[in-house]
Structures are given as structure tokens and as C-alpha cells.
Design a protein around this ligand. Structure first.
Ligand SMILES: C[S@@+](CC[C@H](N)C(=O)[O-])C[C@H]1O[C@@H](n2cnc3c(N)ncnc32)[C@H](O)[C@@H]1O
Length: 269
């Protein structure tokens, strides 16, 4: 079965990027329509995403990587584009999800995040796994833990060398990337991971339509437009984080969650 083929591929191959594919796959929203994988390389993540989304597009500027990706997708279910993500003509707001693994540090990160935002539909999800530099000696403990964990993994797994272009060292430190991402993507969920990677998960806010002030005039004041307007304003005044409260930069407050639930109930009424 197709789905198990992706799982098998993930099981057989291992490296520091593949190790964190599960974070990306877990962020795929239900009934996901169109996914773009930026810097897709030979297409492993795109093939996994194809089991979870209606349509997957992979883009990479390295022609040999795209050739290899196309050869591994003989059915042509994935659109592999050879081009520069920063300049290739893609329609704004065209994607329900954008993913990227180990590619952001090859580009101007600020420009790339802004472009990802433009290409993402409102309510769409951005999930990135990236590389950054440690700051020494401040990050010495992280480095020591990473070396120990890596040794443990290497004893039980064979490392698969991915064939696409790599770049070292990355231009940004973890601290730089966190600040940059928080500025570009307000409410982003940034996490630093053990095996020399960080992740960013962000859901692009979808504009809430303000309720018509006259709406509900014929209904009781409790369930009508006034209540909806108050709830709408309360929600707009918050900046919810869309990821799990444990990991996010700014957890959705109880007020926001209650307002969301209240608005949902009043919409159904
Ligand atoms: C280290 S590889 C990672 C490949 C794959 N995502 C993986 O995890 O195995 C980085 C990839 O990003 C691609 N890349 C870098 N800058 C790019 C750009 N501006 N547009 C498209 N692809 C880019 C490179 O060609 C390379 O294939």
C-alpha cells in the first residue's frame, strides 16, 4: 500500500533531517489540499506528504536533485519544479501548507519567510525544520547533549547521506532565527531540538469577519449580534498561538479559548 511505502522509506533511512520529518507530518492539517515543499531535494518528504495531502509540489533549484525526485515518483503524482523558490512564479495564497527541511539556511531567511507567508492561504500551516549555529560557550550544554544523543543514535542506525547540496556553517545562530521568525511570523512556535535542528510551526491567521452590528436585533440580546461583536473584539485583542501550549511562544490564554468556544456556540445558534 502507498501509505506504508512512505513509512518504510522513513524507517530505512535515517539522518538528522529525517529524524524530524515526524514533526512536519504531525503538523499536516486534516483534509490538506495543496502542499509546497521548499528545497525538496530528492523528494523524500514530498513523497511522504503525498499520502496526506491532495496535491504536493516540490521545488528545488538543484537540477540533479529534481531529476532524482522525478525518477522516484514514476506515477507523476507530485509536481517537482526545478527553480529558485525566491523568484519562481507561484500564485499568492495558493498553498494550504508549506514545508521545508534543511533549506532555509541556504536562502535569505527573512525574504524566504516573507515569501512563504505570501504563498500560504489564510489559515494555512507553515512547518520548517532548519539548521542554525550554536553560540559558544553559551550553548555548550546543548552541544554536549547533542554529541551524546548522536552517538547513541549512530549505534543503532545507519546514517543515510542525502545527495542534494548542503551548506555549512549556517549563517544564523538559534537565537537569531528565533528572533527573526518571531518578527516575521507573529505567534510562531519555535523549538530547538537535540540533533542540531530547530523547528518553526505557524498557522497563518485567517481574518475573522466582523459580525454585522444589526445582526441578531430580532433575536434575544443574549445570543445576537451584540454578543458576537463582543466575542469577536475579545478574540481580536488576543494573539493566540496555534500550536500546543507546551511549546508555543505565547500560549492561547484561557480567555481566548473561552471566547473561541463561545463564538463557536453563538455561530451555531
Ligand atoms: C540540505 S538540502 C535538503 C534537501 C531536503 N529537503 C532534505 O531534507 O533532504 C537543501 C536543498 O535546498 C535547495 N535550495 C537551496 N536554496 C534554494 C532556493 N532558493 N530555491 C530552491 N531550492 C533551494 C538546495 O538545492 C538543496 O537541494
Amino acid at each position: 500500500m502507498a501509505a506504508s511505502a512512505g513509512v518504510t522509506e522513513r524507517g530505512e533511512r535515517w539522518n538528522h533531517n529525517i529524524h524530524y520529518h515526524r514533526l512536519i507530518l504531525a503538523a499536516v492539517p486534516p483534509r490538506c489540499q495543496r502542499v509546497l515543499d521548499v528545497g525538496c531535494g530528492e523528494g523524500m518528504l514530498a513523497r511522504q506528504l503525498a499520502h496526506l495531502a491532495t496535491h504536493v509540489v516540490g521545488i528545488d533549484r538543484d537540477a540533479p536533485s529534481i531529476d532524482l525526485a522525478r525518477r522516484q515518483d514514476p506515477g507523476g503524482t507530485i509536481d517537482f519544479i526545478c527553480g529558485d523558490f525566491l523568484t519562481y512564479p507561484l500564485a499568492p495564497a495558493a498553498f494550504t501548507m508549506i514545508t521545508s527541511v534543511a533549506a532555509l539556511h541556504h536562502m535569505d531567511a527573512r525574504v524566504a519567510l516573507r515569501r512563504m507567508d505570501q504563498l500560504l492561504a489564510p489559515g494555512g500551516t507553515l512547518a520548517i525544520v532548519g539548521l542554525a549555529r550554536s553560540r559558544l560557550p553559551a550553548d555548550l550544554l546543548w552541544e554536549a547533549a547533542a554529541v551524546a544523543a548522536n552517538l547513541g543514535y549512530r549505534l543503532t542506525r545507519t546514517c543515510w547521506e542525502q545527495p542534494s547540496p548542503t551548506m555549512w556553517p549556517p549563517p544564523h545562530t538559534y537565537t537569531d532565527i528565533r528572533a527573526l521568525a518571531r518578527h516575521a511570523l507573529p505567534g510562531v512556535c519555535y523549538r530547538r531540538h537535540l540533533l542540531w535542528r530547530y523547528s518553526l510551526v505557524w498557522v497563518k491567521p485567517a481574518p475573522l469577519t466582523p459580525p454585522d452590528p444589526g445582526e441578531g436585533a430580532a433575536k434575544s440580546p443574549d445570543t445576537g449580534g451584540l454578543r458576537r461583536t463582543v466575542l469577536y473584539r475579545a478574540i481580536r485583542s488576543q494573539r493566540p498561538c496555534w500550536a500546543t501550549p507546551r511549546t508555543c511562544q505565547r500560549p492561547a490564554s484561557r480567555v481566548t479559548r473561552n471566547c473561541m468556544a463561545g463564538l463557536g456556540r453563538s455561530m451555531q445558534a
